[in-house]
Design a protein around this ligand. Structure first.
Ligand SMILES: [Zn+2]
Length: 325
């Protein structure tokens, strides 16, 4: 980094990007930078990160005590200092509430790995730190185990995400990569089944990562390449069950859009046949053309696979019920 002023200017620029991307609302989020000599730049509290100017940036010491700037420092400084103290090679930390990523942190569902190459290289597996009250020392310490495992991007349960790197721009990029990834995952889940990259190909990515000098615990065999506890939950949870069409009940009342009519994913009885979706080409219904032409086989195969998965779940539940009784 050229100098203190340049670092302040870059913090303002990152704040603007965060705000423009919708990663923060109102005065949310905070950004910090290690100047060296026990001094750190940090964003002020109570100011929108979309409209910062270099004069707004505060300076704090190793304990978070303000030693420079006219506006009071961020209330979440302890989270940032935890990272700076634990990882001497890290110079920048960015914290925000990117909505797609935060959705995983709120649902408590691990972000699956081994799906997009860039994500594997730049971020790797993303842990979720347990919830604690923002701003507290206990909150700051929730990320400690993951820092020790060299995670550069961590989700904070019921809160948001924090990312770090050697420089400000990369710390911010991790948040951007994570949120785009989570957005793609959520979209993919609606389109069909999410497919993971085969493990040998993920190893190729990890080798590239190693050549680039980027850390990943999987490189040292500290954890399995494509297994992340809980990610199965997201990968398994998709549904190919078509949304039932608008069907009036016996009294002629509509039953809504069908969303509420969808069977829940946890072992609910299944309809005997799949709902019929007539194929429509150029605005005309094609007789007998259920499940849209060329994609019909794939759609049927997915639907059948999903149904058989549910059937296995039903039988398992029944067995558990019987043995418990
Ligand atoms: Zn926050």
């Amino acid at each position: 980094m050229a100098n203190e002023w340049e670092a302040k200017r870059l913090i303002c620029e990152i704040g603007r990007r965060m705000y423009q991307q919708g990663f923060v609302a109102a005065n949310d989020g905070n950004i910090t930078y290690r100047l060296g000599g026990g001094r750190y730049l940090c964003t002020p509290t109570g100011v929108s990160k979309g409209f910062l100017s270099p004069e707004d940036i505060a300076v704090v010491d190793d304990e978070g005590k303000q030693i420079g700037g006219t506006k009071p420092r961020t209330s979440e400084i302890l989270l940032h200092l935890e990272i700076f103290h634990e990882l001497p090679e890290i110079n920048a930390v960015a914290h925000a509430h990117p909505p797609h990523a935060t959705a995983f942190a709120v649902a408590g569902v691990d972000v699956p790995s081994c799906i997009l190459p860039e994500v594997e290289i730049w971020i790797g597996q993303v842990p979720i730190a347990r919830y604690d009250t923002p701003g507290s020392k206990d909150f700051a310490e929730t990320i400690l185990p993951y820092l020790r495992n060299k995670a550069n991007t961590i989700l904070l349960a019921n809160h948001g995400a924090v990312a770090c790197d050697k420089d400000l721009e990369h710390a911010y990029f991790h948040l951007e990569t994570l949120d785009m990834y989570c957005k793609i995952l959520l979209l993919s889940k609606q389109v069909g089944k999410i497919q993971q990259i085969a493990e040998p190909k993920v190893r190729e990515l990890l080798n590239i990562k190693q050549q680039m000098g980027l850390a990943d615990p999987r490189l040292n065999g500290e954890c399995e390449v494509c297994t992340l506890a809980g990610s199965d939950e997201f990968l398994r949870g998709f549904s190919t069950q078509a949304i039932p069409q608008h069907t009036p009940d016996a009294n002629g009342h509509g039953r809504g859009s069908g969303i509420a009519d969808m069977p829940s994913q946890a072992g609910q009885p299944q309809p005997k046949s799949l709902p019929r979706f007539p194929a429509v080409i150029a605005g005309r219904e094609v007789p007998g053309g259920d499940y849209l032409g060329s994609s019909s086989n794939a759609a049927r195969a997915r639907a059948m696979e999903d149904q058989s998965e549910r059937l296995v779940q039903l039988i398992t539940d029944k067995i558990v019920e019987m043995t418990a009784g």
